[in-house]
Every structure is written in C-alpha cells, then in structure tokens.
Design a protein around this ligand. Structure first.
Ligand code: ADE
Ligand code: ZN
Length: 346
C-alpha cells in the first residue's frame, strides 16, 4: 500500500502526544560515542557504524542487551540533560506537543549513578524544553521487571524525595516469565502515593498479561498490548473501559512482534473501538521517531484520514494532562483536521 502524499503531509503536521518513549532508547549511536569519550567509558564497538550495524534484533531480549550496554555511557547530570534535549528537538520537529517519558533508574543506580543525577538531568532539560519549544512533558519511572519486586520497592523509596518530578510508574524490560503479579505490591504502593500506573504488557507476553495488568496492577493504560487481539472478550473490555494501548509500530517490526507491519493488529483494534495511540518506544534503535512510526503504520495498513484524526485525539485523551490542558490540545487537533482539508482535485 502506498501512502497518499497529502495524507502523509497531514499526519506529519498534526499535533500529537508521545506516551510511549524510553529516554534511554533515544540515545543515538553518535551521542553514545560522544558520551563514551567524554566519560572515558570503553565501548565494545570500534565505531558508530559498527554499533549501528549491531542493531539487528530477533526478539525483545536481543534488543535489551544492546540497549543496556548503550546506557552505560550515561554518568553525569549533563549526560542525561543532553540526551533529553536531543530527544525533545527531534520530537518537536515531528509536531509532538506533549510527551510522557519513561526512564529506567535501576539501569543507572546499579552502575553507581545516583538517582538524583538521573532525575535532575532529565527534568532540567524538560523544564528548558517547556520554555524553548512550548513542549510539555511528564516523567514516568519504570521498574525493570527482570529484577525483583524488592529492588523495585527500593527504587521507589529512593525516588520519593523527587516525588514532584514524576507522575507515574511503569514496568518494562523482559516480559516473558515476569508476569504482572510479580509486582502487585509495589504497584499497590504506587497507587497509594497517587501515582499513575502504566505497565508494558502483551508485547511478547500473552493476552492474559494484559488482563492481569488491569485486574492485579489496576493500571490506566497498557504499553504495547497488541497481543490482546488473541482474546476477543478482552478487546471488547479495552474498548468499553477506554483503556488506551500505546502501540509502537517500528518497535513491533524490529523486535519481530509483527515482522511484517501489514499483519499488525492496530487497525483491527482501532476499528473495534480500542483507544489505540502510536509512538516510537526506542527511536534511536528502531529506525524512527514519531512521524516515522505513523508513516510506517499508514504505509502498511488501510488507515484513513479519519483514523489519523482519531489517533491524534487518542494520544491527548489518554495523557495524564489536567482536563483543561487536554481540552485545549483536543481543540487544536480538531481544528487542524477541520481546516487542513486536502485541496479539491482540479
Ligand atoms: N525497554 C525499552 N524498550 C522496551 C520495550 N519495547 N519492551 C520492554 N522493555 C523495554
Ligand atoms: Zn516500551
């Protein structure tokens, strides 16, 4: 399927929110090498090209191994600041107006980096982005699910002095064998603290993990969730309860969740009334930021202009913005799609 040039232009320009991006996944190979040099970290790759050539993944774990190795160059507040500013510039160029950004503190604290360094570096860049690019954002602290629940508890505890800098907790890393119930208690604690809860589920794991994330972790959105398609009753429930699925097309392709995007479930889910949203996940590793993900989905699937309008609306509706901000963004999206009609054929 080829994407009509006028629609391609409109999906690039529509205002959108990014709800599924790991800040460590925005670290481009060039920046990895620059930071390695700055911090005298030895990398197991001789060049940027050699590192990029290693980005051939066959599943989630083969990606995570390289992703954690890449993050090893992040040591100082300035490193986290530079990485975050680089992401904001790219996202802003794709007309992302608001982002809810994951960070993985355990990846850094396990190497001796203080959690304060991580949070301050990222948060300072986001504060600057707000004034410089009119780019709003929130931070979401992710627990690594291959580690223990005790470790997640200790991480949450260590982050509490910075409670005002993040709005929620997430759950990422190796999904298979690490079901939602492993983190039932720490998510209950996060809820008590008034934090939003948004785990990865149904990426490589089964539809049951999506249902368990809802029932056991009591979450508000699901990251990926594409395997929900295997359970029609669950799809109906997601639609009925307006649980958004933050879908990442290029990630799903590169990690072989859907090796061929023409087989992707997102259009079927959208047509079933599920609040699907589109995002970039780890754009430096998967070959593209927001607009590349939207374009890949629209290239592969029979998605229409109405779908694009709906996807843009869903992204703001599913955000954790206050109601008034949400309404303002939704108005901007609706205005864009009303006014920006393609020129009639001559
Ligand atoms: N961490 C970074 N990207 C991830 C993904 N797609 N799934 C699970 N954990 C991740
Ligand atoms: Zn993710």
């Amino acid at each position: 399927m080829t994407l009509d040039a006028a629609l391609a232009d409109r999906i690039r320009r529509t205002p959108k929110a990014e709800l599924h991006v790991h800040i460590e996944g925005t670290l481009e190979p060039e920046l990895i090498f620059r930071l390695a040099q700055r911090n005298q970290v030895q990398l197991p790759y001789p060049s940027v090209e050699a590192l990029r050539a290693a980005y051939a993944f066959h599943d989630l774990q083969s990606f995570l191994d390289i992703y954690y190795a890449g993050a090893s160059v992040l040591l100082t507040e300035e490193d986290f600041f530079d990485m975050t500013m680089a992401y904001v510039q790219r996202a802003s160029a794709d007309n992302v107006r608001h982002a809810e950004i994951f960070f993985d503190p355990q990846t850094h604290t396990a190497r001796g980096v203080d959690i304060e360094v991580v949070i301050d570096g990222i948060a300072d860049a986001l504060a600057q982005a707000h004034t410089q690019f009119d780019f709003s954002s929130r931070l979401i602290l992710c627990f690594l699910r291959h580690l223990s629940e005790e470790d997640a508890f200790a991480t949450l505890e260590a982050a509490l002095p910075y409670r005002d800098r993040f709005v929620g907790v997430g759950l990422d890393s190796s999904e298979r064998g690490n079901p939602p119930e492993k983190f039932a208690r720490v998510f209950a604690r996060a809820r008590e603290l008034g934090l939003h809860c948004v785990p990865h589920a149904g990426e490589e794991g089964p539809a049951q993990y999506v249902a368990d994330a809802l029932d056991i972790l009591k979450v508000e959105r699901i990251d990926h969730g594409v395997r929900a398609i295997d359970d029609p009753a669950l799809v109906q429930r997601l639609a009925r309860e307006r649980i958004a699925l933050t879908v990442c097309p290029l990630s799903n392709q590169k990690l072989k969740v859907y090796p061929d995007l023409r087989d992707h479930s997102l259009k079927t889910l959208l047509d079933a009334g599920v609040a699907v949203t589109l995002h970039s996940d780890d754009p430096a590793y998967f070959g593209g930021y927001m607009n590349a993900n939207w374009e890949a989905a629209f290239e592969a699937l029979p998605l229409t202009a109405d779908d694009a309008h709906r996807l843009a609306r869903n992204s703001f509706e599913a955000s954790f913005l206050p109601a008034a901000r949400k309404a303002a963004y939704l108005e901007a999206v609706d205005l864009f799609w009303q006014q920006d009609q393609p020129a009639p054929a001559a």
